[in-house]
Design a protein around this ligand. Structure first.
Ligand SMILES: Cc1ncc(COP(=O)(O)O)c(C=O)c1O
Length: 354
């Protein structure tokens, strides 16, 4: 199967090979070097001097961690799809008072809407934003939204799960307090690791947080980071893989080149879709470069397209929940070559009867 999924995605052979290295003790000096080198590379990639934690978790775990460490009572969740809604559920499951700013599916959160909402709920402590809403293939204008959050003096929590590694992200310049992603997305690493940057302010809040638990305690991550490890056993193969991927990105021309690669591939996918008479679901101008959400063709459901593509050796992603029948998705994350895209589009043409 060739993977054009929403994650886990295909990994580069060099990265997979790296994962087959022999284990180390996570308390050894050798592991400490690997851990700290990976953290430093990630700090460079994210343009941040904030602490960077390698959490043995997926992105959802960090969502929960941000609530427990950084929100005492009330938070605002920006909802432009299923993962914004997941933040609401996690906030509520942890007993927080959750305000929402929800837009019609397919539309982005705009700075004006956020400004208006924040003016009406001045007592929220933190704002959550999904940078790239994977469920509908939409990228929110994070840089502008971050400015609004900071003008209102709130803590900014960014779900960059399907953005980090594929779309520009400047943690310090944009003022992001906590920013996280899962390994199985744009960096093209197997699941099990969540990369997370945490600001001084977020750490200060964590220090005074009640009932934050132990596993996801940011202060413990900070303490153990100084020792080049984590307070539990880290997923060492994934850390090897991340170090390798970041090293390859630096060696092969840097992160801008990598973002351009993502853009080129997504343009190739989206042009191909257009040629086949199909259209994208999100509002024009906000289409994600890491995943395309495509309106199903007339006379065929999104699920039928997905199943027909599987028969031809291509694993796409079904439309998410309510959009299952109306859409299907073509992921553009991880190890994908131009010829894979050509073959996938050819197979899609065949499915549509071209
Ligand atoms: C935008 C976004 N946020 C959060 C998640 C949850 O991540 P995980 O499955 O790694 O917990 C996903 C997963 O697809 C996602 O796409």
């Amino acid at each position: 199967m060739k993977l054009f999924t929403a994650g886990p995605v295909a990994c580069r052979p060099e990265v997979l090979e790296e994962m087959s290295r022999q284990m180390l003790s996570h308390r050894s000096k050798e592991y400490k070097e690997v851990h700290l080198e990976t953290v430093e590379r990630l700090q460079r990639f994210l343009e941040t001097e904030n602490a960077v934690f390698l959490l043995p978790s997926t992105g959802s775990g960090v969502m929960e961690a941000t609530v427990r460490n950084c929100v005492r009572r009330k938070m605002l969740c920006c909802v432009s799809g299923a993962f914004g809604r997941r933040y609401v559920s996690i906030g509520e499951a942890n007993g927080r008072d959750v305000e929402r700013l929800e837009v019609e599916l397919g539309k982005p959160i705009t700075p004006d809407l956020l400004d208006e909402k924040l003016s009406s709920v001045p007592d929220v402590e933190a704002v959550t934003i999904t940078y790239n809403e994977t469920s509908i293939g939409l990228t929110n204008p994070l840089q502008e939204l971050a400015r609004v959050v900071k003008e209102h003096g709130k803590l900014l929590l960014v779900d960059a799960v399907s953005a980090m590694g594929g779309i520009e992200l400047k943690v310090d310049e944009w003022g992001i307090d906590v920013c996280f992603a899962s390994s199985q997305k744009c960096f093209g690493i197997p699941p099990g690791l969540a990369m997370t940057s945490v600001s001084e302010e977020a750490l200060r809040l964590s220090e005074g947080a009640q009932n934050k638990g132990w596993y996801f305690d940011f202060k413990l991550f900070e303490k153990y980071l100084k020792e080049g490890s984590t307070h539990m056993t880290p997923p060492i193969p994934q850390v090897y893989a991340l170090r390798k991927q970041l090293e390859l990105i630096e060696k092969e021309g840097g992160k801008q080149k990598y973002f351009e690669l993502y853009l080129k591939r997504s343009q190739m996918i989206n042009k191909g879709i257009e040629k086949l008479g199909l259209s994208l679901f999100p509002q024009k101008g906000y289409e994600s470069p890491t995943i395309s959400c495509v309106n199903a063709p007339e006379g065929m459901s999104g699920v039928e397209v997905y199943e027909e593509m599987r028969k031809r050796g291509f694993e796409l992603a079904k439309g998410y929940r309510d959009l299952k029948e109306r859409t299907f998705r073509i992921g553009n994350m991880g190890y994908i070559l131009p010829e894979d895209i050509e073959e996938m589009l050819e197979a899609l043409g065949e499915v549509l009867g071209w």
